[in-house]
Design a protein. Structure first.
Ligand SMILES: Nc1ncnc2c1ncn2[C@@H]1O[C@H](COP(=O)(O)OP(=O)(O)O)[C@@H](O)[C@H]1O
Ligand SMILES: [Mg+2]
Length: 451
């Protein structure tokens, strides 16, 4: 369901604003219009739609019109032309009282520097957005306490804002927005002033909160990596116009304009390379009911020291190592159920690999990709993980200060280590034998089912 829809939005600052819109509609450029009328097209013919529960990012360089666009959503700016609908209500037609209600209730705005009141306690600061609502004091404090707890500030309620670090102050600002229980958050570069590590923490916090709260969020940033990390979709702005709207990997792999292509050239691809992009069929999987000796045969035949174990409906239940299986055989176990282990990385299909890369590369098994029901969809070979890690480091050294700050500092070290951990990459079980035509075609040993 569409929560926010902006259509043909224009904001022109300066004289002859209406005339400027006409000229834009006739195809004039921003510079031509400026010269002719003296007016500045801050936002030109922008269309956006944000679905309920979506985190929608507006990205662009400073001055590209991001703030102006978003301020038209809650009418901090009146559009020169065009319409905004929020949850089916035409915002462009609301009167003063209705607008105040909208801003106090449904739509909450979070700015780059949250205007905390230094002489007020954290609790009062967090409750501040609620003053304008018809909520009594006890309820305000209860909501504020809950929101502070959500952002990890339990125990800080009685401190003064001035006693908190920049990162913690941003948490209070976030808590303030959450306390209003607004369905919609408009966040204007909320993390831009933070140093890179704290910025990353706040991004993680937002991702975590959003996975539960499912708000409709418009998040403004000039930081491409931030956009790629947070956005369900991203709108790229340039000189007042939206150049492209799309999912992160769409923007990355299919830039609509030269400008977007240029902008995304240096992005750390590992973060948007999702599991689904890189997944391969598992070579072979075992059933937990496989007899140890049959499992040993499978592993020997596939030269795989480790294999994933799945139920017949492909639910991933673990993995086995050859020496554990040999032990089980010696002991006379009937099945391999008692020697399952869980030393492997696991990820969902749509998870950007960047999140799991470092963790997954520590294991000898490939990364398991599972669907929402926990069924094994496929695997990502360790070779892929390691090369993504290596690339990530090359990018981080490329001089992008942001990539340096937010990327794991020891990625290359870890990749090198993992590649040299006494086992050539090609021997890590399923990753190596893609070339073999064993998948599915080999007559199944007792209890084994092929992928
Ligand atoms: N109130 C205003 N009056 C005149 N010009 C403005 C006003 N607000 C923004 N602008 C201009 O509009 C353009 C877009 O600004 P803005 O939306 O703040 O960009 P961004 O948020 O992407 O940095 C800039 O050229 C800016 O100088
Ligand atoms: Mg701005």
């Amino acid at each position: 369901m569409t929560m926010i829809r902006g259509e043909h939005l224009y904001k022109v600052f300066g004289p002859q604003a209406r005339k400027a819109v006409d000229l834009f509609e006739q195809g004039w450029t921003r510079d031509e219009v400026k010269e002719q009328t003296g007016a500045l097209g801050a936002v030109i013919d922008a269309d956006i739609d944000v679905a309920e529960g979506e985190l929608f990012v507006v990205m662009g360089l400073s001055g590209s019109g991001k703030s102006t666009l978003v301020r038209m959503i809650n009418r901090l700016h009146d559009p020169t032309s065009g319409t905004v609908e929020i949850d089916g209500v035409n915002v462009t037609e609301l009167d003063g009282k209705e607008l105040r209600d909208l801003r106090a209730g449904k739509v909450s705005m979070v700015f780059q520097r949250f205007a905390l009141f230094p002489h007020m306690t954290i609790l009062d600061n967090a409750a501040w957005g609620l003053e304008t609502q018809q909520v009594d004091k006890d309820e305000r404090y209860e909501k504020a306490r809950k929101a502070l707890s959500t952002v990890g500030l339990d125990g800080w309620e009685a401190n003064y804002a001035s006693e908190l670090s920049g990162g913690m102050q941003q948490r209070v600002g976030l808590a303030r927005a959450l306390a209003t229980e607004a369905d919609i958050l408009l966040m204007d570069e909320p993390f831009s002033a933070l140093d890179p590590l704290i910025k990353r923490d706040m991004q993680s916090l937002l991702i975590e909160l959003q996975s539960e709260l499912r708000k409709s969020i418009i998040f403004i940033t000039h930081d491409l990596n931030e956009a790629m990390r947070l956005g369900d979709r991203i709108a790229v702005m340039k000189d007042g116009r939206i150049e492209q709207t799309g999912e992160p990997d769409e923007i990355l792999s299919n830039p609509a304009t030269e400008y977007v292509a240029e902008f995304v050239r240096d992005v750390d691809r590992s973060r948007v390379l999702t599991a689904a992009n890189a997944v391969q069929d598992p070579l072979v999987t075992l059933s937990p009911d496989t007899q140890p000796r049959a499992a040993m045969v499978q592993m020997r035949d596939h030269e795989a020291p480790e294999l994933f174990v799945t139920e017949s409906d492909r639910t991933l239940v673990g993995a086995v190592r050859d020496d554990d299986v040999a032990e089980a055989a010696k002991r006379g176990d009937r099945t391999i159920r008692d020697v399952l282990h869980h030393d492997y990385g696991q990820t969902g299909e749509d998870t950007p690999l960047g999140h799991t890369l470092l963790d997954a590369a520590r294991y000898t098994l490939p990364l398991a990709v599972v669907d929402e029901q926990g069924r094994l969809v496929g695997v990502i070979p360790r070779v892929t993980l390691l090369s993504a890690l290596a690339n990530r480091d090359v990018l981080a050294e490329d001089g992008d200060p942001d990539a340096n700050g937010s990327g794991p500092p020891d990625a290359a070290e870890l990749a090198a280590q993992a590649a040299n951990d006494g086992q050539p990459v090609a021997s890590d079980g399923q990753a190596h034998s893609r070339g073999e035509t064993t998948t599915g075609e080999t007559p199944a040993e007792e209890g084994a089912h092929h992928g």
